[in-house]
Design a protein around this ligand. Structure first.
Ligand SMILES: *[C@@H]1O[C@H](CO)[C@@H](O)[C@H](O)[C@H]1NC(C)=O
Ligand SMILES: *[C@@H]1O[C@H](CO)[C@@H](O)[C@H](O)[C@H]1NC(C)=O
Ligand SMILES: *[C@@H]1O[C@H](CO)[C@@H](O)[C@H](O)[C@H]1NC(C)=O
Ligand SMILES: *[C@@H]1O[C@H](CO)[C@@H](O)[C@H](O)[C@H]1NC(C)=O
Length: 758
């Protein structure tokens, strides 16, 4: 009994200390308004370790671990990983691979790893293997010395005090710890890859660094194995959870338009992109099921596979599908280059910086620029500008005809569905529109200068829309005001939290309508399309009138509510090849476990909700019917996945989220603003906007962006995330008084002294 209670008390203590330390003196009213928001969030406080960990007997063992021991462990781990080569070659010879056009291919398009993620991921995999080895060697001894049975989580926490310094993995530390050069910190413009933004930690927020954590990782072995039930049994199967809890009926929002979904997804893609692992030695994509959706023989199963098996499932039984291929995400080097549980890599920069438009690497950014007048490269169709076309469409898209179109952008998910590609197109046009104006005003500026100045304005517009319009709809005015009242703080870590990236932002797919509609200028429906026909196949956007019709659709068609009602095309036909498709939510649940996200219960406590002992304690925040349904699927209230708990919570007043998701989003939005030295309204950056320029940026709305960059849309309501109503009427796009325009004259620079004229 004693052992049990100690095990539970330790994590609670950690969370409590953390929440308290975070709130001390930040918001005096936080307790009432925010349910004790972990507003200052970011990486967990490592010092909040249990007292047993500092027992002399425990320290004695830890002190005896030498660099030589760590070195040996890493060498051993490298050998273990090397051993995988045989299996991976065998898979190649046996033709176990991801084939073009299959749902697995769709998954790979969305989350395939860039070269940088692969290189670092391999080192991180070695580090994980080494951590397991350290645990095998030391956990028994440490447990004995501590006087109680240590959980694997406690033990891995102790071993995460050791860094890679002095081992063959040291290079990973250097990549994270080396400072930027002075000139880079003083650059007028933010870097493409997010580096050199934070003055103390030059690589904080850089692309290909790991997500941060709000709570310590929860893996069943303390390192990388998927979470298990508190009863030590496996958790319920992800697809079983989906087929028992999720419904596919329509539940439209009364207030929000589909633009809310579209901006949420665009924002997600700006801030986060995980990477699926590929074979370590051959770099070939991993397939965990047969191409027809059958189980693979165990001898063909790659250790980075974690397929979702399908049992007794009406939908999939019809299609003969019993296996959904899920490949684990690539790990990242931990932020302090230490041994310890897996963190996952974020391939996007962690800042809200338009990386989905401009790319997160210099290589990508160069591919997208025209190097002429500061503009981005485009393609043409019927004399209108579109995104550049993919050079390898059958690899980058799931195409059914050789004629189909596939676009390029800063983010590989650009083609996910036509309305997303539309949003990318609009912003490409906005960039080129501004670049044209700036080069007219400043004929002495070269391509690089125009590009960077334009990019700075575009990013400012996106930040303004996110914090001004999106946040008001998503979180409500109160949270918005609090977050906007803060200012830059170099100590704030703006890294994207794993829970935000892997659970909350993913769950916004619930807002989707499986049948996006094309509207005419008078806001009547012209045509509906099935989402299932357009995954990674956005070609219709280039047909005359479609871009406008889909834009009017975003501003007219209601968004669905954030709940357990999902579009059938997402739940049963994601990335379909015509025969069968995947289930977005099953994957999100599996990915949450893959990423070591603790359970819903832990997060709700973190967010100040009642520490529930059983299912009945959820009743404050969920309906009785939903709690009963939960109980049918999970055997223990402690086991519920964050995404499921979050989706079932009743939304807070004036927010689309229930309290737990609300808290995770508010925390992220605060840190994304507060930790970004180049945030548009931060004066403490090398080249802040002038007062007059800021005034112009504050005028921007998504309505204006849509008006200016569609082909022939003539009317727009001012608040695009809200349906048209008497309080949100349609205005003529031409009317600058109703939908204000940004006046770029304030960016005219005097050639002689290069000082902005006021
Ligand atoms: C660590 O191991 C490498 C072999 O991989 C060896 O060359 C190096 O000298 C070792 N360093 C220490 C500190 O033991
Ligand atoms: C990131 O950007 C900085 C500054 O632009 C550059 O010096 C650095 O090499 C880049 N890092 C990578 C990994 O490309
Ligand atoms: C494919 O493209 C060619 C040339 O652009 C065109 O003539 C042809 O009609 C297209 N075929 C289909 C099936 O769209
Ligand atoms: C419906 O859309 C098509 C293009 O997709 C267009 O040609 C047609 O004129 C539209 N119908 C109406 C009534 O505007």
């Amino acid at each position: 009994m004693k052992v049990e209670s100690a095990k539970i008390a330790i994590p609670l203590l950690g969370v409590l200390l953390w929440v308290l330390s975070i709130h001390a003196g930040i918001f005096s009213d936080a307790g009432t308004l925010y349910l004790r928001l972990p507003f200052h969030g970011g990486p967990i406080n490592k010092n909040a370790i249990s007292s047993t960990a500092n027992k002399p007997e425990v320290l004695n063992i830890l002190n005896k671990i030498t660099v030589g021991d760590l070195n040996d462990t890493v060498n051993f781990a490298e050998n273990v990983i090397r051993f995988l080569k045989r299996l991976e070659n065998n898979l190649l010879w046996s033709n176990i691979k991801v084939s073009d056009g299959t749902p697995s291919h769709g998954m790979l398009i969305s989350f395939g790893p860039d070269k940088e993620a692969l290189d670092r991921g391999k080192e991180a995999l070695i580090a994980l293997r080494a951590t397991s080895q350290l645990m095998n060697t030391y956990c028994g001894k440490l447990s004995k010395a501590s006087g109680h049975t240590m959980s694997s989580q406690e033990c891995s926490k102790l071993l995460s005090r050791f860094s890679f310094h002095g081992t063959p993995l040291e290079g990973a530390c250097i990549a994270l710890e080396s400072p930027c050069e002075k000139g880079q910190y003083q650059s007028d413009y933010r870097s493409i890859n997010g580096s050199c933004n934070n003055l103390n930690k030059g690589h904080r927020g850089e692309s290909f660094t790991g997500y941060s954590r709000l709570l310590y990782a929860d893996y069943s072995d303390g390192v990388h194995e998927l979470r298990r039930s508190v009863t030590k049994k496996p958790l319920p199967n992800a697809r079983t959870i989906v087929s028992s809890l999720i419904k596919t009926d329509n539940k439209p929002s009364k207030k929000a338009t589909l633009a809310l979904l579209q901006w949420s997804q665009f924002l997600e893609h700006d801030l986060c992109r995980s990477a699926t692992a590929v074979a370590i030695h051959t770099d070939s994509p991993i397939e965990c099921c047969s191409q027809e959706g059958d189980n693979l023989s165990p001898r063909f199963m790659h250790p980075l596979c974690s397929p979702i098996y399908v049992y007794d499932d009406k939908k999939y039984a019809q299609e003969g599908v019993s296996c959904l291929s899920f490949v684990r995400s690539l790990p990242a080097t931990r932020a302090d280059c230490s041994f310890g549980p897996a963190d996952q890599v974020n391939q996007a920069t962690h800042y809200l910086d338009g990386s989905q438009i401009y790319g997160s690497t210099h290589r990508r950014s160069k591919q997208l620029r025209s190097f002429n007048g500061g503009k981005l490269a485009t393609s043409q169709s019927e004399s209108r500008e579109y995104l550049p076309l993919s050079r390898d469409p059958t690899r980058d898209c799931q195409l059914f005809s050789a004629n189909s179109t596939c676009f390029e952008s800063g983010d590989a998910r650009v083609n996910f569905q036509p309305q997303l590609a539309l949003m990318h197109t609009i912003w490409y046009r906005e960039h080129n529109r501004i670049a044209d104006e700036l080069s007219k005003l400043n004929s002495h500026w070269d391509d690089e200068k125009i590009f960077q100045e334009t990019r700075r304005i575009v990013i400012a517009e996106m930040q303004k829309i996110t914090y001004g319009e999106w946040m008001e709809m998503a979180l409500g005015k109160t949270a918005q005001e609090h977050i906007l009242a803060t200012s830059y703080n170099s100590k704030t870590d703006s890294s994207v939290s794993n829970a935000f990236a892997t659970s909350v932002m993913r769950s916004l797919k619930s807002l989707s309508d499986g049948m996006p509609k094309l509207y005419d200028e008078d806001r009547t429906v012209n045509e509906s399309i099935f989402m299932r026909n357009y995954f990674h196949n956005p070609g219709l956007l280039r047909h005359r009138g479609v871009l406008d019709a889909l834009t009017v659709g975003l501003a007219t068609q209601p968004s669905q509510q954030l709940d357990i009602f999902y579009a059938d095309d997402l739940i049963n036909k994601l990335y379909t090849n015509g025969k069968f498709g995947f289930d977005v939510l099953s994957f999100d649940l599996q990915r949450g476990r893959d990423h070591g996200l603790p359970s819903y219960m832990k997060f709700r406590q973190l967010c100040g909700l009642k520490a529930a002992n059983g299912f009945s304690d959820f009743l404050d925040d969920m309906t009785e019917e939903d709690v009963l349904a939960l109980q049918q699927v999970y055997s223990n209230a402690q086991d519920v996945d964050l995404t499921i708990g979050g989706l079932l919570e009743k939304p807070k007043e004036h927010s689309i989220f229930g309290p737990t998701f609300y808290c995770i989003v508010a925390d992220q939005m605060l840190r994304t603003r507060q930790g970004d030295r180049y945030f548009y309204d931060n004066y403490a950056q090398p080249k802040p906007f002038t007062r007059n320029q800021l005034k112009e940026i504050e005028k921007i709305t998504l309505a204006r962006i849509l008006c200016d960059n569609t082909d022939n849309v003539k009317h727009m309501q001012k608040r695009v995330f809200e349906k048209v109503s008497t309080s949100n009427p349609l205005f003529e796009c031409q009317s600058e008084a109703s939908i204000p325009k940004l006046n770029l004259n304030h960016w005219q620079e005097d050639e002689s002294n290069s000082v902005v004229s006021f």
